[in-house]
Write a protein that binds this ligand. Structure first.
Ligand SMILES: Cc1ncc(COP(=O)(O)O)c(C=O)c1O
Length: 397
């Protein structure tokens, strides 16, 4: 009898009790809007921003409605607008090119490597095509950030980091989101802290911070922020920065603050699960495990492996056989995008040429969520199932 996995790949852990208590306190007093505070009170959103800025070692932080909103706000805050071009990863998800399109700009996609990171040679070759790089640390894979910053600094490119999958990660001891001018994070249910929806933006640049705060819908209430520049900086930008409302509210901030305090412990739990999957899958014939560089501290909240150069039918057979045994895998090579999966050629508004290197790699990427509701034994079982099914298909081919 072959074993069947019965866990849910989309079930996150419950919200911790201290976060529930904090949320109830906000619900009981009713002041949910971030600027609705009693005399002398500091709101949950302002406290969240202050704490996240300190946690990341950043001067400024802004909490917003979503990670995608943080990305679009970052682009606006550095002056990207109509008919500009923005470099970004060919391997990412729809909110990234979507944020670029939201400001009227056009994405220029950079190839992906077999390490699932941005191809730095292709980036260097395309460096003249844009003044901004929106770097997506897709599925938590960090490229050589030192080399990337050298390329971008030499070309005068401003880097905005999409850290939706790297909250809690670092490269060579520098936290993800602290290499570029701006780091953007998502607090959506499937990410590393769960507020349902939400985003965080950090920067050390006072004008970027002031513009982002005005953009998010601060009216003239920016004085209620704790992780913001002084009023003289707002004087320079407040009449020329439009309000594009996308604030975070006190309820979400209350839920997030206790979760952020526990981030490192959660990262350790994710990585135990990641390593269990890695150990179980390494050495499977025809299957490539993505090797992680020593300089990278990652957060194993998802797992990818490659079935590189496999025939489409064979990949589909692995997916079907795993699904029949309860293991839900996503495939970036699927001809029509399903659920959260999509590819650069699905974003037809970008009107992009084909990227042969990325096409080959995307055709082989298999992706899996790793929620913390999975035990280590669950992860070992999932790896056994994938190993058995991939081996069976490979050996019959
Ligand atoms: C790579 C990546 N960047 C950005 C986002 C945007 O985050 P949000 O859903 O909070 O808008 C997501 C969300 O799925 C994502 O996967």
């Amino acid at each position: 009898m072959s074993e069947i996995f019965s866990g849910s790949f989309t079930q996150q852990e419950p919200i911790p009790e201290d976060a529930i208590e904090a949320a109830l306190a906000v619900l009981r007093h009713g002041r949910l809007h971030r600027y609705n505070v009693a005399a002398g009170e500091v709101g949950e959103v302002a406290l969240l921003e202050q704490e996240f800025a300190a946690q990341m070692g950043a001067r400024y932080c802004l909490a917003v409605a979503s990670g995608g909103y943080a990305l679009a706000t970052a682009l606006r805050a550095v002056g990207v607008g109509h008919s500009d071009t923005v470099l970004t990863n060919a391997f990412t998800l729809a909110p990234v090119p979507g944020a670029i399109a939201a400001v009227g700009a056009r994405p220029v996609f950079v190839e992906v490597t077999e390490d699932l990171t941005i191809d730095l040679e292709d980036l260097a070759a395309k460096a003249r095509q844009a003044k901004v790089l929106m770097l997506s640390h897709m599925r938590g894979h960090l490229c050589d950030m030192d080399r990337l910053m050298e390329i971008c600094d030499a070309a005068g490119i401003t880097v905005i980091e999409d850290c939706a999958h790297t909250m809690g990660a670092s490269w060579n001891g520098v936290k993800s989101g602290r290499h570029g001018a701006i780091g953007c994070y998502s607090c959506q249910t499937y990410k590393h802290v769960n507020a349902g929806e939400g985003g965080l933006l950090i920067t050390d640049d006072e004008e970027i911070a002031a513009r982002a705060i005005m953009l998010s819908g601060s009216y003239m209430l920016y004085g209620r922020h704790l992780a913001a520049p002084g009023p003289e900086v707002f004087e320079r930008v407040k009449y020329e920065t439009p309000n594009i409302s996308g604030r975070m509210d006190n309820l979400r901030a209350a839920i997030l603050r206790p979760q952020l305090r526990n981030l490192d412990a959660q990262v350790a739990r994710w990585n135990e699960r990641y390593r269990t999957l890695e150990d179980g899958l390494r050495g499977t014939p025809g299957l490539t495990v993505v090797e992680r560089p020593a300089a990278e501290v990652y957060v194993g909240s998802s797992f990818q492996f490659l079935l590189l150069d496999w025939a489409e039918g064979a990949v589909q057979a692995v997916l079907d056989r795993c699904a029949a045994r309860g293991v839900e895998l996503k495939w970036f090579g699927v001809p029509e995008p399903v659920a959260f999966t999509s590819r650069y050629d699905s974003w037809r508004y970008a009107d992009t040429p084909r990227l042969p290197q990325s096409d080959r790699i995307l055709a082989g990427i298999i992706d899996m969520r790793v929620p913390l509701t999975f035990s280590l034994e669950d992860c070992a079982q999932i790896a056994r199932i994938i190993r058995a099914e991939a081996s069976a298909v490979y050996q019959s081919g």
